[in-house]
Design a protein around this ligand. Structure first.
Ligand code: DP6
Length: 396
């Protein structure tokens, strides 16, 4: 039987980042990563932001090993181990208990290498893309095709939403074992072709408190978070699904802004309080509202996670003008030509009235660059073996 087992097997996948428009904040089970409320996100395109992961198993490996962006890391991390254990469990179940001799041995040690196509230092480094990619590559390696968002959820809650493209709901579920706490696609990325995303990458500072610790303190101390999870989110989730279905940008944008603001309000309601929004975030928020007020309706919408970068939603016909507004408001320090990255942005001339009403007090250098992207697909298998992040020797 041993002779039929493959000596080395390798699989490479890519996975996307997602940005929530109805935020996940708070767990009812910290071990299984079960949320106190459902959430909804937009998956961003992997041409601009993606993680690539290669997973390999070999009879010759003597220990499990993990490399992130070329640097060896601790493979014993409980969340990495939870993902590995769950994928192997699904593989065993699939094989019906009996050893399929043609299948990859589940007892072989594994090597994993993962890297991002964006600078980690920019604070875009997303555990969501990382765990979605890890689970996708492991599943491929072991030939598992089951519902995998439940496994990705064990890596990082928001990672389950990166298992699908387009518009994705993570339903909180009711069961204590988490088997109904899954991600579901609400609509594919093709559903809303005009929707665009601008990531305003801001200069400096790391986030003060990580999401995992921060949301736990919020669950323990914030009465606003309890009200949000029980009353506000169920209503908003239904509204948001309708706005997406109808491609209603005004409704979508207003609700995304309100939900981001309420998430940050629950952070302030946490004791001791947590501050993710900065003076610059507040400048960007005010700028978006002045811009919308000038046009008399919602043309741009902001959302902020547990870090200082701003994510802006807009329709394609608004991007060039708003990018010019951002450039005037945060004049680039040195990198004038690289200020806009990602999808091409056309040029726009701003009217005197627009400049006077919207560009109030410029802050030079405060925004490092703008990344222009759009909704995109879920995890992808990389077929080309030259793209593997591990060599035939199983090393990066
Ligand atoms: C503010 O998924 O990073 O981005 O489940 O503890 O790993 P863990 O937390 P994580 O939290 C994300 C919080 C958020 C909102 C969101 O993405 O919904």
């Amino acid at each position: 039987a041993m002779a039929a087992e493959r000596a080395l097997a390798m699989a490479t996948c890519t996975a996307p980042v997602n940005i929530a428009v109805i935020k996940y904040w708070g767990k009812r089970d910290t071990d299984l990563i079960l949320p106190i409320n459902s959430s909804l996100s937009v998956t961003l395109h992997q041409d601009q932001l993606k993680t690539t992961t290669t997973a390999a198993a070999s009879r010759d490996f003597t220990e499990d090993r993990l490399w992130l962006n070329g640097k060896e890391e601790d493979v014993g991390h409980p969340r990495v181990q939870a993902c590995l254990r769950e994928v192997r469990r699904l593989a065993r179940k699939r094989r019906g208990g009996g050893e399929d001799t043609a299948a990859l041995s589940l007892s072989y040690k594994i090597h994993i290498a993962s890297e991002n196509n964006f600078p980690t230092a920019a604070g875009l480094a997303s555990s969501a893309a990382g765990y979605a990619c890890l689970v996708s590559a492991l599943a491929r390696l072991y030939g598992v095709e089951e519902e995998l968002s439940e496994v990705a959820r064990r890596g990082s809650g928001s990672a389950c939403r990166s298992m699908f493209g387009g518009f994705v709901q993570w339903q909180r579920g009711e069961r204590p074992d988490g088997t109904d706490s899954l991600a579901l696609q609400v609509a594919p990325e093709t559903h809303w072709p005009e929707l665009r995303v601008l990531v305003l990458v801001v200069s400096g500072e790391k986030k003060p408190v990580g999401s995992t610790a921060g949301m736990q303190t919020s669950v323990e101390t914030s009465p606003l978070l309890k009200h949000r999870a029980e009353v506000v989110v169920p209503e908003r989730l239904a509204q948001m699904m309708r706005h997406i279905r109808e491609r209603d940008f005004e409704g979508f944008g207003q609700l995304a802004m309100r939900d981001s603001n309420q998430f940050h309000a629950t952070c302030l309601d946490t004791f001791p309080p947590i501050f993710y929004l900065t003076d610059l975030s507040r400048h960007i928020i005010a700028l978006a509202h002045r811009y919308n007020a000038h046009h008399g309706h919602t043309k741009v919408a902001y959302t902020f996670d547990a870090g200082p970068n701003a994510v802006i939603f807009a329709l394609a016909d608004t991007v060039a003008e708003f990018v010019e507004v951002v450039r005037r408001s945060f004049p680039p320090a040195t990198n004038g030509d690289q200020f806009v990255q990602g999808l091409p942005v056309g040029s726009a001339t701003l009217s005197q009235e627009l400049v006077a009403a919207v560009v109030t007090e410029p802050l030079p250098g405060a925004v490092q660059y703008i990344l222009h992207t759009k909704p995109g697909p879920g995890p992808q298998l990389v077929d080309d073996p030259s793209q593997h992040l591990l060599g035939a020797d199983g090393l990066p």
